[in-house]
Write a protein that binds this ligand. Structure first.
Ligand code: PMP
Length: 460
């Protein structure tokens, strides 16, 4: 616990000098940072006042092995002591990136055996978009450059990733979204299988391909489970249908595994739940459990071989920190822990416990509905009248209020709001136990009761 003077100073300096990502700037200027954290251990974070919080979002869906693992720090320190940095440009290499690539190849499905490295999810997705376009160009089809993503998808904040993202709020930051990114209605399995009777057919991926012509489409990008869009789980059969569609029309399939990868959904990768093998898989977050920035793009050997065969030129794409030795060393140690402690299995086993908790909340609170869980990725929604399907008036800020009530009770969860939709997302560290899930449920229940009381008061 820090003294009052230090806390005041930190608050002042944060307000003065720090522009927070994805935050309300106005609120920050008025009230400063909401919490300043100092320590993390297991599923808990501690703030400057000494208050403890259950990190039920694994911070940003990424701290899969939990906080405070000294082994990762040791791996980083050893690597820095031995070889802090060396570049992979111009076919130079180093031992740790080779080891990580071999390890990832043994984990990823199918022949996704070749890896390009980045520093995060957005860079991974932008890399994928450039790679698929380069691929088609090298094959003599440069007009195949459009990318189809899904409505409500989140793919990041660089220019390409923002364009692929299907959440309109993220488009507000730029006046120029790339016209080569198209958005399809999500999860239209029947349409993707060819059922033209659905009124949404022309908004489906298949409908868009037919309208635009497959000769113009480079790739389709999907999250196996949409995360930031509100934890929307692909229905069984959907990813299989997209894979078939890609094969039918000669289009590459990109899976954005930035949240789903590394055990989050109860399998090592999200696509493993449906036995689908994409052509490209983008990863970040859980690859290092957030201990150091790292992203990766897995591609099939076939894709690499094709590129290598036709391209005599240099691949003019690479980050200074592609394959950073320390990030690779931390990833290797993180993966060792994930495997040693069977955390994908724990995620699969704890999923039903989390769902049980959310169903308990539905039984207890009439404003709670639409609980869903896959592995340790879950959500529920708040409705003014769930029987009649009447959402809360957005002005009531039901989900953001619940997040605040949780925070004041030592629990971190996330609100996803759009239109009248109020979603609460949960994505705890994969080390979580049944007892800890029960604790989360009880805090949520109390916080929901407080929101109910508060909203009733507003109505009176
Ligand atoms: N894709 C998905 C599915 C994500 O959830 C995120 C981040 N939340 C990204 C891409 C972007 O990753 P980053 O923030 O590391 O750039």
């Amino acid at each position: 616990m820090y003294n009052k003077e230090t806390i005041t100073k930190l608050n002042e300096l944060d307000r003065k000098h720090y522009l927070h990502p994805t935050s309300s700037l106005k609120q920050h200027q008025e009230s400063g940072p909401k919490r300043i954290f100092t320590e993390g251990k297991g599923i808990y974070l501690t703030d400057v006042n000494g208050n403890q919080y259950i990190d039920a979002l694994a911070s940003l869906w990424n701290v899969n092995i939990g906080h405070g693992r000294k082994e990762l720090g040791e791996a980083a320190s050893q690597q820095m002591g031995k070889l802090a940095y060396s570049s992979s440009f111009n076919n130079l290499s180093h031992e740790t990136v080779i080891q990580l690539s071999e390890k990832l190849a043994s984990m990823t499905p199918g022949d996704l055996n070749v890896f390009f490295y980045t520093s995060g999810g957005s860079e991974s997705n932008d890399t994928a978009f450039k790679l698929v376009r380069h691929y088609w160009k090298m094959k003599g089809q440069p007009e195949k450059k459009k990318i189809i993503g899904l409505e409500r998808a989140y793919h990041g904040i660089t220019m390409g990733a923002t364009s692929a993202t299907g959440i309109p709020q993220f488009h507000n930051m730029t006046t120029s979204i790339s016209p080569d990114f198209l958005h399809a209605a999500a999860h239209k399995t029947n349409c993707e299988l060819g059922d033209k009777s659905d009124p949404d057919y022309f908004r489906s991926i298949r409908g868009i391909i037919e309208k635009e012509s497959p000769e113009t489409i480079a790739a389709i990008i999907v999250e196996p489970i949409q995360g930031a869009g509100g934890v929307i789980i692909s229905p069984d059969g959907y990813l299989e249908a997209v894979r078939k569609l890609c094969d039918q029309y000669g289009i590459l399939m990109i899976a954005d595994e930035v949240i789903c990868g590394f055990g989050r959904t109860g399998k090592m990768f999200g696509v493993d739940n449906w036995n689908v093998v994409p052509d490209i898989m983008c990863m970040a977050k859980g690859i290092t459990s957030g201990y150091i920035p790292l992203g990766a793009v897995a591609m099939t050997e076939r894709l690499r071989d094709n590129l290598a065969a036709v391209s005599n030129d240099v691949l003019f794409h690479g980050f200074t920190y592609s394959g950073h030795p320390t990030a690779c060393a931390v990833a290797l140690k993180n993966i060792e822990i994930l495997e040693r402690e069977n955390l994908a299995d724990n995620s699969r086993q704890m999923g039903p416990e989390l769902l049980k908790g959310l169903k308990f909340l539905e039984d207890k609170h009439t404003i709670v509905t639409k609980s869903r869980v896959k592995g340790l990725l879950g959500a529920f929604e708040l409705f003014e009248d769930r029987e009649q399907g009447i959402p809360f008036n957005p002005e009531k800020m039901a989900a953001p209020k619940l997040v605040e009530e949780c925070l004041s009770r030592g629990l971190i969860v996330r609100a996803v709001t759009f239109g009248g939709t109020n979603i609460i997302a949960l994505s705890p560290p994969l080390i979580i136990t049944k007892e800890e899930i029960e604790k989360i449920t009880l805090i949520l229940s109390e916080a929901i009761q407080a929101v109910k009381n508060n909203l009733k008061f507003q109505n009176a």
